[in-house]
Design a protein around this ligand. Structure first.
Ligand SMILES: NC(=O)c1ccc[n+]([C@@H]2O[C@H](COP(=O)([O-])OP(=O)(O)OC[C@H]3O[C@@H](n4cnc5c(N)ncnc54)[C@H](O)[C@@H]3O)[C@@H](O)[C@H]2O)c1
Length: 370
């Protein structure tokens, strides 16, 4: 097949196993050991499966650029810098976030099982992706967790009342495991929408929702080019809009301080701006064993609240009140059956990244959707 025929689709629908195998093959071709390629594929494909295409396989081209620039280090591990019992400091060494965050949370889970609680400071990780993935790792172990993350040195969001970029899309996440049911997982960027969603809109050539972006002069715009065109001078707004933007902006600021300063990492300011393709995340996580509390009616109380919440009368046009995590669960069911849609531009960029990793067209062909 000639090279030009490798991406002739407006949207490709890829089945889960092929997509996962393709991601593993790309990173192994780039030089990742098998476990690393596996963890990266697990994370990216799970993000697409949950409906968060902004943090799925569409990140591969940027990771590949960062890798080629030497800003994303392959085959590194989370280094334990300080062990203070219930407080652990780890350094990601600019290695794959999908590996170092996994290892950090793994340590935190073990320590929480021992002590009932563990606070983790992970610094200098390359992009740790969808934060819900790490909360789900804790929930699978039966543990509650919450996570504050900064995107160090990559300000895209204007503070409430300002029009200049001052902090990243700094996500916050909290999760509560429930016996026999999916955990509650609240996981969002503190910007009105995640930067990756602006990237997806830019690649698709569609507008972003109103209230998410401003141009350089502070004028509201729906053009994703305000963030991703050659002259990237606009900014995202914090969530909450004109009425409650101070809340989104305030939470983003606390993410910056907890994840960038408290962990021993770095915050965004004039001296730390990242000018490469690298995305550097810090994460402050607290993991708690719910069984350490004296709360024999915990699950009944949680269930009673959920039933009460869901029994509210509905706004016109709304079918159901969703709990944190339910939208992702529903998307997993649909995409698990039908496959993962990837827009044409992102798919073409992924194929280019595969070639940049050293895969020939013949090696890529088995992974192309039929
Ligand atoms: N690593 C990074 O640097 C970084 C930076 C920013 C964002 N992110 C990730 O980007 C992803 C996307 O963030 P986002 O802000 O676009 O998320 P979003 O706006 O889709 O919000 C997601 C959260 O809202 C809940 N939700 C969605 N619709 C709902 C409804 N109708 N009713 C009730 N709850 C609902 C979801 O269950 C989920 O908890 C997140 O996974 C986040 O961790 C990562």
């Amino acid at each position: 097949m000639p090279e030009s025929n490798l991406a002739p689709y407006s949207e490709v629908l890829v089945d889960l196993q092929s997509l996962h195998a393709f991601v593993v093959a790309i990173w192994q071709a780039a030089g990742s050991e098998a476990r690393e390629a596996q963890l990266v594929a697990d994370h990216l494909v799970a993000a697409n499966l949950a409906g968060h295409d902004s943090h799925g396989v569409g990140m591969i081209p940027r990771y590949m650029h960062a890798c080629r620039e030497g800003e994303l280090k392959l085959n590194g591990h989370a280094e334990l810098v300080r062990d203070a019992g219930a407080v652990l400091t780890l350094d990601g060494g600019h290695s794959f976030g999908q590996v170092v965050a996994y290892e950090t949370i793994e340590r935190g889970i073990a320590r929480t099982k021992e002590l009932g609680i563990c606070a983790l400071g992970l610094r200098n990780a390359h992009h740790i992706g969808r934060i819900g993935h790490w909360a789900e790792q804790c929930a699978q172990a039966g543990l509650v967790s919450f996570h504050f993350v900064n995107v160090a040195g990559d300000p895209l969001v204007a503070p409430f009342g300002g029009i200049d970029r001052r902090f990243g899309t700094n996500p916050f996440c909290a999760a509560f495991p429930r016996p026999g049911r999916p955990p509650l997982v609240l996981d969002f960027a503190t910007s009105a929408i995640a930067a990756g969603k602006v990237r997806v809109a830019f690649n698709k050539g569609v507008e972003t929702p109103a209230g998410a972006l401003i141009d350089y002069d502070g004028t509201p715009t729906r053009d994703p080019g305000a963030l991703f065109s050659e002259c990237q001078h606009g900014a995202l707004l914090a969530f909450g809009g004109a009425v409650a933007g101070h809340k989104g902006s305030g939470l983003a600021a606390m993410c910056e301080i907890f994840a960038g300063a408290l962990t021993g990492g770095f915050t965004s300011h004039a001296e730390t701006l990242v000018t490469t393709h690298a995305i550097v995340n810090g994460m402050f996580s607290v993991i708690v064993n719910p069984h350490a509390f004296d709360a024999p009616a915990r699950d009944q109380q949680a269930d009673a609240f959920v039933d009460w919440l869901k029994a509210s009368r509905l706004e016109a046009g709304v079918d159901e009140i969703l709990l944190p995590g339910e939208r992702e669960d529903a998307t997993r069911r649909v995409r698990g059956a039908s496959g993962i849609p990837v827009d044409k531009e992102s798919w073409a960029q992924i194929l280019d990244a595969a070639r940049a990793a050293g895969m020939s067209d013949a090696a890529i062909r088995p992974f192309l959707p039929r």
